[in-house]
Design a protein around this ligand. Structure first.
Ligand SMILES: *Cc1c(COP(=O)(O)O)cnc(C)c1O
Length: 391
């Protein structure tokens, strides 16, 4: 048996760079080495206590153990709509323009099953979140990289790309604030993307997972704030990062009715949405004021300030991000990003993610996650100081 039983689609999955590091990490831990894992993409902080309390309360309600409506319960969909109205002034019909998801990752993968035919082209950011590519692969589509350059702050130069790219593409992924680059955009970039999408009949899938993990007064826009965006765009959102609910698996898709309808057909034949108490706790989170999110962001900001200064003192040219809990760090030239990450793990017991895990343009960078207590980050800095970079 073995590989022969795997489908072609599984056998030809794009390689997953993280698994090698995971193995190495386990080896080191076995040897008694204390590994500081700054490779992770999930918050270390707990959800706000009012969310946990709401969850407990809903757990005690016997009727909550039945199947959820496929699209998510009304309370949750209405909370998402209310949230968009309050945060962005965007009106959404909770019945046709909002769909509950078991995390946005699930939604991204299933959306492509619902809208893509084999061989059709999808533009995916490079560097970008690896799930976009795997989702295209599962749908037997073709990923074409949307190039993003550090020189242009990782904002696509839409007008400079050959128009043939757009003519053949069906879907374009965007993700701002961005994992892994931490780049942010203003409304002008979204306006340009929407006008391009309308002209070339492309659909835009905007992933807004980090829209509320922002600093220095920055407020990330929604693509749905652009006039006409609903004709061509959907936006994915998640409570994983803003409310530290990553393990609860709850997110949403909003925007274009037709894409949402298509996704709902795949989903209603695949899953039966999320456990009702989780949806209701998430609704409470979205209906709340933003205090818990702001408190979270202040913690990330403290960690970020400490880490950026420490890395700059070590000679690294890292910039202070306006959003996300990552640092996107240009590395010393003599190393590839995989070599650099391997050296950090072996010599310092610190895990960072090689930039190439996010696409070929990630070469020359590593991503460091700030989702660890500040003392732990300080420890990591002390260890970085001990590494002999000349060897
Ligand atoms: C963490 C993350 C998500 C969120 O995934 P969930 O499935 O909602 O937990 C989506 N997109 C990006 C870019 C992320 O980093």
């Amino acid at each position: 048996i073995g590989m022969n039983m795997f489908s072609d689609i599984v056998q030809t999955m794009p390689p997953y760079l993280f698994s090698q590091f995971q193995k190495k990490k386990e080896e080191l831990i076995k040897k008694g080495i204390d590994v500081i894992d700054l490779g992770i993409g999930a918050p270390d902080l707990p959800p706000p206590s009012f969310v946990v309390e709401k969850l407990k309360e809903e757990l005690n309600e016997p009727t909550n153990y039945t199947y959820s409506p496929y699209a998510g319960c009304k309370e949750y969909r209405e909370a998402v709509a209310h949230f968009y109205e309050r945060e962005y002034g965007v009106q959404l019909d909770p019945d046709t323009e909002v769909l509950a998801l078991i995390g946005s990752k699930e939604g991204i993968v299933h959306l492509l099953q619902a809208v893509l035919n084999p061989g059709e082209i999808v533009l995916v950011p490079d560097p970008g979140y690896p799930v976009y590519r795997t989702a295209v692969h599962f749908a037997r589509g073709k990923s074409v990289y949307l190039p993003l350059d550090a020189e242009n702050d990782y904002v696509p130069l839409f007008s400079k790309l050959p128009s043939t790219i757009y003519e053949n593409a069906k879907i374009m992924f965007l993700n701002y604030p961005s994992n892994p680059t931490t780049a942010t955009v203003g409304m002008d970039t979204f306006a340009e993307a929407v006008s391009l999408a309308r002209k070339h009949r492309i659909f835009i899938v905007h992933d807004s997972a980090y829209s509320f993990v922002t600093f220095q007064g920055f407020k990330a826009p929604s693509i749905l704030q652009i006039n006409g965006a609903k004709e061509v765009a959907v936006e994915f959102g998640s409570l994983s990062k803003s409310y530290n609910m990553a393990g609860c698996r709850i997110g949403y898709i909003v925007g274009n009715k037709d894409m949402i309808k298509a996704l709902s057909i795949i989903k209603s034949n695949t899953d039966t949405c999320q456990f009702l108490p989780i949806q209701k706790a998430a609704a409470a989170a979205l209906m709340s004021d933003h205090k818990s999110v702001q408190a979270n962001n202040r913690i990330y900001e403290q960690r970020m300030n400490m880490m950026v200064e420490a890395l700059q003192a070590l000679g690294m040219k890292v910039q202070r991000p306006k959003a996300t809990f990552f640092l996107w760090i240009p590395i010393f030239k003599e190393y590839s990003s995989a070599q650099f990450a391997a050296k950090l793990l072996e010599e310092a017991g610190v895990i960072v993610t090689p930039g190439t895990a996010f696409g070929p343009s990630g070469e020359g960078y590593v991503r460091l996650s700030l989702s660890a207590p500040i003392e732990r980050l300080r420890q990591a800095v002390e260890r970085l100081k001990q590494v002999n970079w000349e060897a």
